[in-house]
Design a protein around this ligand. Structure first.
Ligand SMILES: Nc1ncnc2c1ncn2[C@@H]1O[C@H](COP(=O)(O)OP(=O)(O)OP(=O)(O)O)[C@@H](O)[C@H]1O
Ligand SMILES: [Mg+2]
Length: 246
């Protein structure tokens, strides 16, 4: 097969009985960050949930390193090398930083590898995670996915509620993951920050891919992005950000 880490072909995904994601084809190349963008309700999380096995894939194929996984339960996808940082995922606040890492590993994972990527966490390894700053907590959330040696990590909006300067640090950390040979599929509300570190981007609208191409092509082009998010609008139309539902 191809050399892609992750490859989706014509994938449709339901929420319960409701079709949400329609015929999505997408690839993530080794050593790259691939960005998924779209308005609120466009189906980004549903797409990730379908890949991870948390929402039913009704048609199409999903391959991880060339092997089909769409029929696997969640734990087998994880064993096959798929890490998932879910939207609004948090740390165990009363456990120490190190305990957070150790309870998250499957098998052999080594906390030192996480500390190499996040020296901030090493300094605080014995601190209760609830005392970390918001940005450090997100680093720990990333570290919890990293410790099990995934081939790819799906990251769903880890920047919620964080200041742009902190988000920038996190984006650098995501880029560093790629340096460790881990591919990333990234959903991010700060589109331009994600497009800075990404190679390719996909934009979803109403569960369908409306743009697929290099990040360079849409970075900084807010007009074009807006059109992808919401469709071409009459000039006098009032658009409320986040108002688009399936
Ligand atoms: N459990 C569910 N049952 C039925 N519909 C759902 C369920 N979860 C989400 N949906 C619907 O699926 C659509 C896509 O939601 P999804 O959460 O995938 O969007 P999103 O792009 O991740 O949005 P956001 O940017 O707000 O996180 C929305 O219309 C939402 O209302
Ligand atoms: Mg979402």
């Amino acid at each position: 097969m191809s050399g892609e880490v992750l490859s989706l072909k014509d994938v449709s995904i339901n929420r319960g009985d409701t079709p949400i994601v329609h015929d999505v084809s997408l690839t993530v190349a080794p050593g790259t960050v691939t960005v998924v963008l779209g308005a609120n309700g466009a189906g980004k999380t549903t797409l990730m949930d379908g890949i991870a096995g948390l929402a039913p894939v009704t048609s199409g194929t999903i391959q991880l390193d060339g092997a089909p996984i769409e029929k696997f339960p969640v734990y087998k996808r994880s064993q096959a090398g798929l890490g998932y940082v879910e939207q609004a995922r948090t740390v165990f606040r009363t456990l120490t930083v190190e305990q957070n890492l150790l309870v998250s590993r499957s098998g052999k994972g080594d906390a030192e590898k996480v500390y190499e990527l996040f020296p901030e966490l090493k300094k605080r390894r014995s601190l209760q995670a609830g005392h970390l700053s918001g940005g450090e907590q997100q680093m720990l959330v990333l570290g919890r996915a990293l410790i099990s040696d995934p081939k790819i990590i799906l990251i769903d909006e880890m920047s919620l509620g964080l200041a742009p300067v902190v988000v920038r640090r996190l984006m650098h950390a995501v880029k560093d993951l790629v340096g460790l040979g881990i591919a990333v599929l990234l959903i991010e509300q700060f589109a331009n920050l994600a497009l800075e570190i990404g190679a390719n981007a996909y934009v979803l609208r109403k569960g369908r891919v409306v743009f697929d191409g290099p990040c360079d092509e849409i970075r900084g082009d807010s007009e074009r992005l807006h059109e992808f998010y919401f469709g071409a609008m009459p000039t006098d139309a009032v658009v409320e950000a986040g108002g688009e539902n399936q």
